[in-house]
Design a protein. Sequence first.
Length: 652
Amino acid sequence: MTTRCPRPRSAPAAPRLLALLVTLCLAALALGTLPQARADQTSGGEVRQEQVLTWTADDDITRYKSAPQTAVAGEATIVFENSAATGNTTGMPHTLTFTTSNPDYNSDVSVNIMASPNDANGGRYEVQVTLSPGVYHYHCTIPGHGQMQGELVVTEDGGGGEDTTPPEVTATVDGEQNDDGAYIGSATVTLTATDTGSGVDTIEYALNGGDFQPYESPIVLSEPGEHTLAYRATDVAGNASEEQTTTVEVVAPSGDDTTPPQVTAAVDGERNDDGAYLNMATVTLAATDADSGVALIEYALNGEEFTEYTEPVMVHSAGEHTLHYRATDNAGNSSEPGTVEFTIVADDGGGGEQPATCPEADGRPLVVVGEEWTNVPNRVTPDGCTVNEVIEDERGWSSHGSFLTHVREVTAELVADGVIDEAGRQEIRDAADRSDVGEPGNREGYEKIFDGTAQSFDRWSHVGGGAFELNDDGTITSSTSVEGMGMLWFPETEYEDFSLRFQFRDDAASGRANSGVFVRFPRVHNHPEEDRPEWVAIEYGHEIQIYDGPTGDQYKTGSVYGFDLINHGEAGTTPKGVWNDYEIRVVDQHYWIYRNGLLINEFENAPGQLFSPPRADDPGTDGRQNDSGYIGLQAHSTSDTMTFRDIRIRNL
């Protein structure tokens, strides 16, 4: 059975990249929320138990906060929640994905749910599946989250036979120990349970003689002294295990500890022949301390202030980078800062000539099919196009099957050309199968409203100051010869809900170029503000900012100018002359802005908001609550030369 991902209309995946680490390693899961039963009454009065399997996630990218271990064959409801309620305070998206390409696991259930506290569902989703006996493997597909994985064991229901066997429960204690076996500073206890009959329902624990309470996440013991933890589990049939106990001694760090921790750094990512990392690099830090234990790991990237290390550091900006790192133990000893240096180069899919030869410009670091992310690098093929470009998932497809046939043929050629291997081919095909490309409701592809030709450029109209010029390589650049601010707009269509995609490149001779995209503004002509037409877009639509300067305008790339401030400094920026993929999605009054596949901002266009700082002549969002409108590109000034290419839009 195949279950499509119930995603909001907002999110490709993932943020994608956020993301973009391609590291897979095993880690222990924090197992808490286990199979539950809901009673539903049939038309004949019989009570049927519905099986509910719940996964939760929080800020951690190394493991799910909770996950079931066992289930019973048959119908089940899968719940995945990654929300503020489950402990996600950063807005980091996670996915719950069932593996379908590994012969060692069941492959008859395809689940790929992306959830974020800021999405349309608040990070909580449910899907209905039918499970078969055997073992399913699940994981998070977002790069950098490769350790979030586990197995779900599904057993037969016994043909209605009575389950009288209680679950088996185990406790695992982790932490740094001294020579006597006591844990220094703190200890973490993880409880797990299995049940081959009806499945585990709950795990409970009681600490130091207190009352039993539900186990939801690993238990951290930090108070010095001896602790006794009792634990038990109950299955869906009501069988309870015998109460078990484990004793853990925690000791305070010794004041005699004068030795700082030892810290190591590892840099991962795809590299070229010169050793530079393509598009991204990920730095993983680890520290050990045999005496008082590690209290804190910190890092500083490119001369910035030291900050606490909580997860692998993903770096996407092209150029040379230096990362300093250090650790402090519980006795207060700090290590000398270590240093790791690395270089990232942009692989933008072949440079400025691409729009003339490739279906669309797509230099995102990883292969994305529709809205399904993979861990396969988006390499350049022998014909100069990237893998994403030759997949052509943006064009209209008559059916999902015809698109899958196309993907099979394309990936076979990519394997033959040595661009990807067989594992990459299978991962791309699985992503295509999960996608909704060609499905009813998603058969309309992107319309190219600027494809690099003079004919497409003539479809646009310029108002106000400034100008745009068509270049020989199929790009357009804001002019350096015409003073004033103006706008190039597309007058043919008013768009309601849409996804607008294009690429931009900062070509300013000095400093950083300033530009933006105007969306959902009314028709320029015959408007009360027609005497200053560019201000129709500014005051009655929204400008999605493009500006990477570390100083100057506080509204950086991804900001909704005047209403939603994103000030990231240099974070996530690319050098001048490097192409960036930009996507703006608008559904109802909600805006999503993606840069190079990463979700960098969300904005809810709520009524009553005023421009910040307030302007007396600004109508606020009450004048911008448009259900539809036009789109345009800003020409900011003669010094702010920005180049655009491959502009396409799709109705949602």
